[in-house]
Design a protein around this ligand. Sequence first.
Ligand SMILES: Nc1ncnc2c1ncn2[C@@H]1O[C@H](COP(=O)(O)OP(=O)(O)OP(=O)(O)O)[C@@H](O)[C@H]1O
Ligand SMILES: [Mg+2]
Length: 236
Amino acid sequence: MHFRYGLAHALEDVSLTVAPGEVTSLLGMNGAGKTTLLNILSGLLKPASGQVLLDGAPAPKGAAARVRAGVVQAPEGRQVFAPLTVRENLEMGAYLRLRAGQRAAVAEDLEHMLALFPALRERLGQEAGKLSGGEQQMLAMARALMARPRYLLLDEPSLGLSPKMAAEIFKVVRGLPASGCGVLLVEQNALGALAVSSRGYILTNGRIRFSGAPADIACDPLLREAFLGPDQGAKP
Ligand SMILES: Nc1ncnc2c1ncn2[C@@H]1O[C@H](COP(=O)(O)OP(=O)(O)OP(=O)(O)O)[C@@H](O)[C@H]1O
Ligand SMILES: [Mg+2]
């Protein structure tokens, strides 16, 4: 798969698989093309060549159709709906199901999210824009999960979080495959991500430089030094 912004190649010859019931991590430096790749998978961007397959068939075109097909992205940064309350944000995540009249199921999922992210419970009625950075990050992830994704695309969910909060996020990510969800986890905290993943890819300058078992990345001194860096912050 290829992608260009204008004349610049953002992604070249990229091929990546996200398996259901697994966490796959995608690592790389700033500007490597990670967000671009997630945006292609979620249907926000169209590849110049190549295609996105979902269960072996071409994925439906466009972001809304991808969400309906179960591919949901929790975008980089906070991007919660700031003037809406925490509860309203969570309900927005289940918008399609609410519209289909599945109130009871949505209420059940909301309760499940509050169990996963207890910090959100006391803030249900609060404006999302007034949450702390870490709480907004959790809300963004919980909102994505409210859509009951079959594939969840997470863009740097631990960014800017304290080690303790990052560890909480990684713990939730680690538990997602149990429900059959396939997760693609983009992270700067490489060691934290690899610890909860069963497969890892390293992207540099728009190309996949390595893919394999997390242990092979974490144990290879050259890969470690080149891509993981000396200080990796929180481990789960
Ligand atoms: N809308 C855009 N128009 C033009 N160039 C862009 C656009 N978005 C990203 N780029 C460029 O494409 C490359 C990949 O960007 P991308 O955001 O995918 O990187 P990333 O790996 O997510 O980086 P980070 O870790 O900083 O989030 C960068 O060189 C970036 O400057
Ligand atoms: Mg990015």
